[in-house]
Ligand binder design. Structure first.
Ligand code: NDP
Ligand code: 8X3
Length: 252
C-alpha cells in the first residue's frame, strides 16, 4: 500500500524538492501552499511523471480556519505517514529597535503558530494509528542568533523547542519526530526576506556555494528511511563553505 506525505510550503524551494523526491519514491502527496497555480502545475507534473495520487489544498497556515479544512479530507487521506512542517519565511533583517512589527507577526504566525496548527490537526491521526513521522524544518537560526536575525532566530528557536516537545509527547505512540536545521540554502527564501529585492537576495549567495533544496530533501529522506527502531532527533546541515551563521568563506 502506498504511503502518504503531507508537505506544507510545497510551491517552492525545500518543500517543492521534498514533493518531487517523495513522489519519485511513490508516495501519495497532500501539497499545501498559498499559490494555487503553482500547486496545480506541480500536482499535474507529479501525477504524470510518477503516477502517484496528489491532492492540493490552498491553505495559509497562519489561518486556523483554513488549516481546519484538512479535517474534511477523505478518511483514507488521513492515513498520513509523514508530515513535513516546512512552510516558513523570514521578513526583513533589522536591528530590534528598528524592526517592523508586522514582519514580526508574519514570522511568528507562520513559522511557529502555522506549524502548530497543522501539527494539531494531523498528529491525532498519527496517534490513532500509532505510527507516523513528523519532520520539522528548523534552521541554523534555531541553534544560533545572528545580528539583525532577532525574531526569525527566535521563531526557529521555538521550532527547535517544539521539535523536542513533540518527541516527548508523541513518544508513547511510536511516532517519530525529526528536525532538519539547514544553513544557507539557495531558494526563494532571501527574495522573500527582502520583499522581492532580487539584487539584494542574490548578494547573499554571491561568491560561495550554498546548499540547494535537493540537499535538504535528501536529508529529510534519510531521516524518514531509517529502520523502525531508529529516530533521527535532528540534523544540522551546512554548506561546506559556511561553519555557522557568522563564518562563511567566500570564493573557496
Ligand atoms: P521558499 O521561500 O523557497 O519556500 C517557502 C515555502 O513556504 C513556499 O512554498 C511558500 O508557499 C510557503 N509558505 C510561506 N508562508 C506560508 C503560509 N503562510 N502558508 C502556507 N505556506 C506558506 O523558502 P525555503 O524553501 O528556503 O524555506 C522552507 C523552510 O526552510 C522555511 O521554514 C525556512 O525557514 C527554512 N529554512 C530555509 C533556509 C534557507 O536558507 N533557504 C535555511 C534554513 C531553514 P506560498 O508562498 O505559495 O504560500
Ligand atoms: C535560513 C538560514 O542563516 O539565513 O534559516 O537564517 S539563515
Amino acid at each position: 500500500m502506498p504511503k502518504t506525505v503531507l508537505i506544507t510550503g510545497a510551491t517552492a524551494g525545500i518543500g517543492l524538492a521534498c514533493a518531487r523526491l517523495f513522489a519519485g519514491q511513490k508516495y501519495n502527496l497532500i501539497l499545501i501552499g498559498r499559490r494555487i497555480e503553482r500547486l496545480q502545475i506541480l500536482a499535474d507534473e507529479l501525477i504524470k511523471e510518477f503516477e502517484v495520487e496528489v491532492i492540493i489544498r490552498v491553505i495559509d497556515v497562519r489561518q486556523k480556519n483554513e488549516v481546519a479544512q484538512l479535517n474534511h479530507l477523505p478518511d483514507h487521506w488521513k492515513q498520513i505517514d509523514v508530515l513535513i512542517n516546512n512552510a516558513g519565511l523570514s521578513q526583513g533583517l533589522d536591528p530590534i529597535h528598528e524592526g517592523n512589527t508586522d514582519d514580526w507577526d508574519t514570522m511568528i504566525d507562520t513559522n511557529v503558530k502555522g506549524l502548530l496548527y497543522v501539527t494539531r490537526v494531523v498528529s491525532p491521526w498519527m496517534v490513532k494509528n500509532k505510527s507516523g513521522h513528523i519532520v520539522n524544518i528548523g534552521s541554523i537560526a534555531g541553534k544560533e542568533t545572528y545580528a539583525n536575525g532577532n525574531v526569525y532566530c527566535a521563531s526557529k528557536h521555538a521550532v527547535d523547542s517544539l521539535n523536542k516537545a513533540m518527541r516527548i509527547d508523541l513518544l508513547p505512540f511510536g511516532i517519530k519526530v525529526t528536525a532538519i536545521h539547514p544553513g544557507a540554502v539557495k531558494t526563494e527564501f532571501s527574495e522573500v526576506r527582502f520583499k522581492g529585492d532580487k539584487e539584494r537576495a542574490e548578494k547573499v549567495y554571491e561568491g560561495f556555494d550554498p546548499l540547494n533544496a535537493g540537499d535538504i530533501a535528501d536529508s529529510v529522506w534519510f531521516a524518514v528511511n531509517r529502520p523502525v527502531h531508529v529516530n533521527i532527533n535532528e540534523i544540522i546541515i551546512m554548506p561546506t563553505s559556511q561553519a555557522n551563521t557568522n563564518y562563511m568563506i567566500k570564493n573557496l
